[in-house]
Write a protein that binds this ligand. Structure first.
Ligand code: SAH
Ligand code: DHB
Ligand code: MG
Length: 255
């Protein structure tokens, strides 16, 4: 049969179209009223998240110490908190502490005998986080471990820890595929795994990206979707922190 469109150029054409669609989407988003979704996020937070001076203090302390303002948005911190409560989480693992803002949201979901282990590369971030966590009265529940998370995870394994019920991945994105393997190892059937920043202003659909964070996230999402032990989804979000998203997976019951 005569092929009207040769195979190779067709694939290239489709790739180009995807890339074009992606560029146009970004252009369109640039024109959209970002002020609107920021205002709506603030409105929702004002109505649904009771004003909490410990949280505000933590963000102020982070800013004073010169930490980047890449903490989770308040509405998303509350979402993680509620998810951990719905899960009945007693043991939480977090990868990427920064100043402990998300840590505080998560630790507040724990019962008084719960535990949260959080891993942070930068000793300065960990020091600021420790102080924030202390002011929030959560020191007995939170164990901050300083160093590259892959090293801390290997050390943690040697301690033969009880399974974690809830795992939040929010550190260096190129390592997310490796963190996923650890999360499965440290979880149990029913464990919830959440990863932050999986949409990256839509850059995630750019299969030509040379950004290691995009490549790492794409590999992470592919593994999340194809892993036989996981049920997964992802949602896009807009917030005071811009256009991004979360991935969520639950470890399946043993077959
Ligand atoms: N979860 C925090 C934000 C984390 S920002 C919040 O929402 O409040 C990402 C953090 O990961 C930064 O503090 C950064 O220093 C840390 N990080 C980067 N690479 C890391 C690595 N290899 N191991 C552990 N932490 C890392
Ligand atoms: C970055 C990291 C994050 O976890 C985040 O939520 C936003 C930005 C970053 O490394 O730039
Ligand atoms: Mg993040």
């Amino acid at each position: 049969m005569v092929r009207l469109i040769p195979r190779r150029p067709l694939i290239e054409e489709l790739q180009t179209r995807t890339w074009l669609a992606h560029r146009i989407t970004r252009l369109y988003l640039g024109c959209m009223d970002q002020d609107l979704w920021i205002a709506v996020d603030r409105y929702l937070a004002d109505n649904l998240i009771s004003s909490d001076h410990r949280m505000e203090e933590a963000l102020e302390a982070n800013a004073c110490a010169g930490l980047p303002a890449i903490d989770i948005a308040p509405s998303h911190g509350k979402l993680l908190h509620l998810l951990a409560r719905v899960q009945g989480a007693r043991r939480i693992l977090e990868v990427g502490t920064l100043g402990g803002y998300s840590t505080i949201w998560l630790a507040r979901a724990l019962p008084s005998d719960g535990q949260l282990v959080t891993l942070e590369l930068d000793p300065k971030h960990a020091t600021v986080a420790q102080a924030n966590i202390h002011r929030a009265g959560l020191t007995p529940l939170v164990d901050i471990r300083v160093g590259p998370a892959l090293d801390s995870l290997a050390k943690l394994e040697a301690e033969n820890p009880a399974p974690f019920d809830f795992i939040f991945l929010d550190a260096d994105k190129p390592n997310n595929p490796a963190y996923l393997d650890w999360a499965i190892k440290f979880g149990r059937p029913g464990t919830v795994i959440i990863a932050d920043n999986v949409v990256r202003e839509g850059e995630i659909i750019n299969d030509r990206s040379d950004d290691a964070r995009v490549i790492g996230t794409r590999t992470f999402l592919e593994r999340l979707g194809s892993h036989p032990q996981l049920d997964a989804t992802a949602i896009q979000t807009v917030s005071t922190k811009g256009y991004d998203g979360f991935a969520m997976a639950v470890i399946k019951a043993d077959a």
